[in-house]
Design a protein around this ligand. Sequence first.
Ligand code: NDP
Length: 336
Amino acid sequence: SAVFLKYPTEYPVAGEHIEIQSKELNVDLKDNDVLLRNLYFSLDPYMRGRMRNAKSYVPGFQIGEAMSGYGISEVIESTNAAFPVGAIVSGFTGWQEYSVIPGANGLRVLPGARDSPIPLSAHLGVLGMPGLTAYASLKIIGQPKAGETIFVSAAAGAVGQLVGQMAKKLGLRVVGSAGSDDKVDYLINELKFDAAFNYKKNGTILENLKLAAPEGIDIYYENVGGETLEAALEVMNTKGRVIACGMISQYNTQQPYGIRNLSHIVSKRIVMQGFIASDFVGESEAFAKDVGTWLVKKEIIYREDVAEGIEASPEAFVGMLKGKNFGKQVVKIADI
Ligand code: NDP
């Protein structure tokens, strides 16, 4: 298991805050419990928020316990008729090779997963929580209209890639920012963004954004916060929308960033709305149908970054927070 050791104040450090430990698993199943052989699990930015000794919308990690999150697993022992041995399931599991899930709580069978053309790991990314986040928030909060311009930050990441491609399908002009030239190439050449820039290069973020969006922006898909939000508010057009998905630049620092351009919200009548993915469970069916179809028809593509083995998970998590991931970060534990 990858075990949570102590609360970080800045970036977590593999070995200091998260450590791989061998732990005996109690597999004495009670009624309706299942034993899972874990195949993949997801590493997500929100997990940094669970490394705080404070209340949040997801319970924090417990010191001395295995880290947890969404995963894909195979049922290998079961006292629950709805989850027979051999079923492939998704749900909240652990950064572990094996997990016991009391009452199979929160698990969902993925029918046909063994023979599907869609890889299992996609259920953690483009067809999982980040995908639903992108799909529903763009549609419901963004109210996108053909001809408008959208700016997406962390655009090469799990959420950003789908937001950008969906916005293209809807006829918007799409601008993205990312932290490396390779990611910018991917946005332009593979995802067909209209413009993209490396926010670490060639002047300030505001200068880059003005060049990429000379007519201003109508929607800002906010994944980053800080200086990027400030720049987005500056170039935003009247009646613009900010879809406040995340602010990752603020997750690993104790220094609050004072946004300078908040008064634009008043004068430009900007609507800025936050959300958490679970607000959109009602969209799950439409999401699975639409995105599933687009994937099979290859109308959208996605990229993922696969770390191999439980031992690699602490480094991969820290790397994801620092932008070393290229696409959705997952950990592969075992083959199906
Ligand atoms: P990503 O796959 O985008 O990975 C995180 C990326 O953030 C990194 O690759 C890095 O890309 C970028 N990043 C890290 N530090 C900084 C920084 N200081 N400044 C700018 N960019 C930075 O993760 P997700 O797609 O899963 O998540 C993206 C955002 O969406 C996060 O803010 C997350 O918290 C949020 N989110 C919110 C949800 C909700 O329910 N509200 C649900 C899911 C995600 P780069 O190389 O470009 O810097």
